[in-house]
Design a binder for this molecule. Structure first.
Ligand code: SF4
Ligand code: SF4
Length: 136
């Protein structure tokens, strides 16, 4: 498995995974910056951050599947896999971006590939939750 140290990618100023998901371990609701996060800078408790934060890498950072245009800083989306589910979390301020090219074509293709493996893809964008259907 590739790890971030095996790619040239780095989080840089991205803080999407500290803002978009709900994190039970931190009692953090979705779409709200973690109380330890500093916008545009990162984690203020980086050395002592919880294990769940240490273990998390989005798929762009992993560098195994997503092209450079999926850099969360530019795409306004973070993508991660958990079991059979691939999740796309979209910044609420850019809720429609996943429906635009080239993203929607790729997401639809992934839905098809995942279905063949028994998986599926869910997009959370603002209040909308979409299970993406593979092309007919
Ligand atoms: S969303 Fe990905 S690139 Fe952004 S901070 Fe989290 S792991 Fe790093
Ligand atoms: S503890 Fe740090 S790494 Fe974890 S979500 Fe909060 S700001 Fe992000």
């Amino acid at each position: 498995m590739l790890t971030p140290s095996a790619t040239s990618r780095a989080c840089g100023t991205c803080t999407l995974c500290c803002r978009l998901p709900d994190i039970d371990e931190l009692q953090k609701p979705a779409n709200m910056l973690c109380r330890h996060g500093v916008e545009g800078r990162g984690c203020s408790i980086y050395e002592t951050r919880p294990q769940g934060c240490r273990d998390f890498w989005c798929l762009w950072l992993m560098g195994t599947r997503l092209g450079e245009h999926w850099n969360p800083i530019h795409s306004h989306m973070m993508v991660y896999a958990q079991g059979p589910q691939v999740t796309v979390l979209v910044e609420p301020e850019h809720a429609e971006i996943w429906r635009t090219a080239p993203y929607v074509e790729e997401i639809t293709r992934w839905a098809s590939e995942l279905q063949a493996e028994g998986g599926y893809i869910i997009v959370f964008a603002g209040d909308a939750v979409t299970k993406v259907a593979p092309p007919a």
